[in-house]
Design a protein around this ligand. Sequence first.
Ligand code: AMP
Length: 279
Amino acid sequence: MKIIKTPKEMTSLVRGLRKKNKKIGFVPTMGYLHQGHLSLIREAKKNNDIVIVSIFVNPTQFALGEDYNKYPRDLKADVKKAKSAGCDIIFNPSVRSMYLKNPLTYVGVSGLSEVMCGSSRPNHFKGVATICTKLFNIIAPDIAYFGQKDYQQAIIIRQLVSDLNMNLRIKIMPIVREKNGLAMSSRNKYLNSKQRESASTLYRSLKHAKALIRSGEKNSSNVKRAIKKTLLKEKYTLIEYIKIVSPDLLIDKKKIDSKVLIALAVKINKTRLIDNILV
Ligand code: AMP
């Protein structure tokens, strides 16, 4: 498996692969890989000749005071895990090589980026859309794989690809969870074992909401109230949002009369966690 450190080397390697008509699957990550990431890599391996995984903690998607500096990093372990899941090439550039001095161009997807996580993290999706555009330009993949765990991110990227006529497909893969239901995330490292148990309440509340809707509840306020009640049973839980929205445009749904996305952002102690379910 190759580890590539600069955009220039990456582009030239990809050019060679293209000449050989290789189909390229791409999995963008910030590293500290877990089974959620590996599920994307395995899927990419199934459908492509070559799998490229980027490992890059992207500074422009973190606001001041967020966890950019303490975000967990372990390249050595990541290389091993990625290889075992079928990765052929790791792209692990430095911040300096990705962001040349004084960049003036950013990519923004309006509307979708301003709701849900965008309300509390105003520039987050601009950072995400910009880094994905850059990575897609460097790697020129046929298919890029994203997790439903970050649902809003995935549909923003899908919109971006469509709006800007980018020549690739976006595939969204299901959420991989711990045994207790907690969605896997690199940030779970911040939780001690008690907090991990508390954090399983996110998925419990979502499953309960799904059951309520399945049994005929159509009023979003009632469903949200039930979620809140479940979440607040755990100590140290701070709810940032509980949203019930249309899955395509993320528009608030007062009445549940078609498919909806239920999405949560919750802080357990100081760790911000997100989760969602489609019903
Ligand atoms: P990250 O390294 O957190 O930026 O995540 C990289 C990719 O892995 C994103 O597309 C995430 O949505 C996806 N991902 C993260 N956690 C999970 C999970 N538990 N299940 C499936 N995909 C995930």
